[in-house]
Design a protein around this ligand. Structure first.
Ligand code: GDP
Length: 533
């Protein structure tokens, strides 16, 4: 490099990234109260969107938010002089997808239950997702304007999920509301402030900003537009930023009302322009020294992410459980359990929870009746959980997502096999199961002695394919006389990687020269498979 008068700068990418990824600790005197961030979840049609709209509209009507509000993924309202931030994408799917990327955005989960419909499957999913994230839950009983509304029934139903209202001796806050008739919204906000006060939410506003990407899109006129929810420090126009593989400089900033901002502090959602490419929702966004550093860091991250899939690092498989326990990295074995009927679900859950291990506790994050869906996969990805399916299968979309996220999905048809596997995994005695797949067969029609290499078999592929390097056994009158590997495979004189059915080829088996006319070569491979009984 010296000869070419170039300077070498040695940068340890890992160190630099590690420094960025470690959570900064703020001194107590730098911490100030910050607004709570709320995500609204619940069963479809129970009124999540209506509730979010009602709160925003009420604030607008009260003259709080002047101008036309726009959708940027989050908004804020002022209540009793205090700000509350709402994530504008309702539902636990979005919530958990963010969490799977490492984003801890939500402080309080508001779970909406329609008073006329009661607790439904997605209500339970939402509760389990919020609990898995360790986020306090507030129940909003919505649609109380409906004549069929039955509030007590919901309270009763929810006690089964350890959500007991205060008047029944529990500590879960229930609010009654009608998004449609604008009833109970004030009280809802009052209660949110109360929960927030108990949670004592604080952040240091006087430092370089970090936050999470809530949304991003390409605007034809403005380029990449991203919403960042600041969680620490204050983001300023002009700051150099990086989020995953995207980088840039904050060129302009607006709030959800479309008003121009020059800075945004903790819990503030800000829409920014200036990223060079689309950052992914849930990605951590950080301020760095300058744009060049941001670009370099983003570049390295992008290439690193390409080679090693982020999700794969995170997800846990049953085969790895013991290694992780041994390394002191697993204290809870998190499971998502799905079964075909309630009875088997209960029997299975009971059996799993009875498994004893000195250091590890089996925790069922979510259990439900029905097929394994995408929300189960995301929950598992976000919580390092393993999915156990009993007489159920993943949907096609869930299967694809599981592969992407590297989530271990195990399906069974016998309960004792499930507990046997989980116990074995905890003890480090789980053997991966291999299943043999036959690739094809070839008949030996002639043999040739080649002095240097050995005996070459002239074959006809009668079924499937022959592959160079594949395992192969030699069958003579249906008796296995040799088990080895295809060392060389030729079509005419040319080396071939594989030869299809109906074609002739020359095969040389590694370390086997005793081949005879009439022998059958059976090529096969063993694949590690998810255990199935
Ligand atoms: P989401 O799927 O949970 O977001 O539910 P939506 O907000 O889209 O509401 C579903 C339906 O319930 C819509 O037709 C709403 O008009 C209606 N709805 C929402 N809140 C109320 C309410 O408080 N009372 C009544 N009667 N209907 C409501």
């Amino acid at each position: 490099a010296g000869d070419f008068s170039r300077e070498i700068e040695i940068v340890h990418a890992a160190d630099e990234e590690a420094a960025l990824e470690t959570e900064a600790v703020d001194a107590a005197e730098d911490l100030e109260s910050r607004p709570a961030v709320i995500t609204v979840m619940g069963h479809v049609d129970h009124g999540k969107t209506s509730l979010l709209d009602a709160i925003r509209d009420t604030a607008v009507a009260a003259g709080e938010a002047g101008g036309i509000t726009q959708h940027i993924g989050a908004y804020q309202v002022r209540h009793q002089g205090k700000l509350v931030t709402f994530i504008d994408t309702p539902g636990h799917a979005a919530f958990t997808a963010m969490r799977a990327r490492g984003a801890k955005v939500t402080d309080i989960a508001a779970i909406v239950v329609a008073a006329d419909d009661g607790v439904m499957p997605q209500t339970i999913e939402a509760i389990d997702h919020a609990k898995a994230a360790g986020v306090p839950i507030l129940i909003v009983v919505n649609k109380i304007d409906k004549p069929e509304a039955n509030i007590d029934r919901i309270k009763q139903q929810l006690t089964e999920y350890a959500l007991v209202p205060e008047e029944w001796g529990g500590d879960t806050i229930f609010v009654e509301a009608s998004a449609k008739k604008r009833i109970g919204l004030e009280n809802f906000l009052d209660m949110l402030l109360l929960v927030a006060e108990v949670a004592d939410l604080k952040a240091n506003p006087k430092t370089e900003a970090s936050g999470f990407i809530i949304e991003s899109r390409v605007d034809p006129g403005r380029g990449v537009v991203a919403t960042v929810l600041v969680n620490r420090g204050t983001l300023h126009v002009g700051d150099a930023i990086v989020a995953g593989g995207a980088s840039g400089r904050v060129r302009a900033m607006r709030d959800f009302k479309g008003e121009t901002l020059v800075s945004g502090g903790p819990s503030t959602p800000v829409e920014i322009i200036g990223f060079d490419e689309l950052p992914i929702a849930g990605e951590l966004c950080r301020v760095v020294k300058d744009e060049r550093a941001a670009r370099a860091l983003a570049g390295r991250r992008a290439s690193r992410l390409k080679t090693e899939r982020l999700a794969r690092e995170r997800s846990l498989t049953l085969d790895e459980v013991f290694a992780r326990i041994a390394a002191g990295k697993v204290l809870d074995l998190n499971l998502v359990v799905k079964a075909d009927v309630q009875g088997s679900l209960e029997a299975l859950s009971d059996a799993l929870l009875k498994i004893q291990h000195p250091e590890v506790k089996v925790r069922i994050l979510h259990s439900g009746v029905g097929g394994i869906n995408e929300s189960d996969i995301m929950l598992a990805a976000a919580s390092e959980a393993i999915i156990i399916g009993f007489n159920v299968r993943p949907s096609q979309a869930a299967q694809t997502l599981a592969e992407q996220e590297g989530v271990d999905v195990r399906t069974y048809q016998v309960i004792y096999k499930v507990t046997e596997d989980v116990t074995a995994a905890l003890m480090g005695m789980l053997k991966p199961e291999y299943r043999e797949v036959v690739l094809g067969q070839a008949e030996v029609r002639a043999t040739f002695k080649a002095s240097k290499v050995g005996t070459i078999a002239g074959c006809m592929v009668t079924k499937g394919i022959m592959q160079r390097g594949a395992k192969a056994r030699v069958l003579r009158d249906d008796v296995v006389v040799h088990d080895g590997r295809i060392g060389s495979l030729k079509r005419f004189q040319e080396d071939a990687r594989e030869v299809q059915e109906g074609f002739e080829c020359g095969i040389l088996l590694d370390g086997f020269n005793d081949v005879k006319e009439g022998d059958v070569f059976e090529a096969y491979e063993t694949r590690e498979v998810a255990r199935e009984v």
